[in-house]
Design a protein around this ligand. Structure first.
Ligand SMILES: C[S@@+](CC[C@H](N)C(=O)[O-])C[C@H]1O[C@@H](n2cnc3c(N)ncnc32)[C@H](O)[C@@H]1O
Length: 219
């Protein structure tokens, strides 16, 4: 018998919660706490409005967006990760600018529309309905608003990214665009690869490639 949808949900929640609780560093975080460079690059210059972040993790992007003036809804399946972001928001006096929602995006329906919907490195080492989630995300973009999907590109031989999730390769931006099946009134703003230099915890630097898709819905 194949596992039920409920089993899959429980597994995903358990996987991510355990991961966040067991991979923290001495500061209590799994990730760096810095905004993703590619998100910063793509969003800078867009007038702030409402933003929805899918798979926000510990909230570095959500906090950065809020500090830029966005009113953010940050959704993640891990309560531990969201608690890190929420505590940071309080410290930064940004708590009124971010709603933290614990939900499984496999089933969660956005309650409204947003000027910006973002997802950065939204992946898992097991099958999950990423394409369906991104299509729902596109449907939650307000007229004139934008959808940003940032993922890992191919890793150069000998490089590893900052964690050890053995995820299947993420789709390229072209593949994401095709999967979204957007109607004709959407424009492509960015579609391709971007390189960024990352400083690891041991001080060494590595150049990584991100895939980036940013599309704008017609008014
Ligand atoms: C690789 S992390 C990226 C976190 C964050 N976007 C960042 O760049 O630091 C992927 C995130 O997606 C979340 N996630 C994975 N599957 C999810 C699901 N089905 N529903 C909600 N969140 C999910 C995980 O909990 C995790 O925080």
């Amino acid at each position: 018998m194949s596992p039920s949808a409920e089993d899959a949900v429980t597994d995903a929640a358990e996987f991510w919660e355990t991961r966040y609780l067991t991979h923290r560093d001495e500061t209590g975080k799994m990730w760096s706490g810095r905004v993703n460079a590619t998100v910063e690059r793509e969003v800078t210059g867009i007038p702030p409005g409402t933003a929805l972040e899918l798979g926000s993790g510990e909230g570095a992007d959500a906090l950065w967006l809020a500090a830029q003036g966005w009113k953010v809804t940050a959704v993640d399946i891990s309560a531990a990760a969201l608690a890190v972001g929420q505590a940071q928001a309080e410290q930064m006096r940004l708590e009124d600018r971010i709603d933290w929602i614990r939900a499984d995006l496999a089933t969660w329906q956005p309650p409204g529309v947003y000027d910006l919907v973002t997802s950065a490195f939204f992946h898992a080492p097991f099958d999950f309905p990423r394409e369906a989630i991104l299509r729902r995300a596109a449907a939650a973009v307000a007229p004139g608003g934008q959808l940003l999907v940032v993922g890992h590109g191919p890793f150069a031989p000998g490089t590893v990214h900052g964690h050890d999730i053995d995820a299947p390769p993420l789709p390229t931006s072209d593949e994401v665009l095709a999967a979204l099946e957007l109607p004709e009134d959407w424009d492509v703003e960015t579609d391709g690869f971007v390189e960024r230099v990352v400083r690891r915890r041991d001080g060494t630097e590595v150049t990584l490639t991100d895939t980036v898709l940013r599309v704008r819905r017609g008014r």
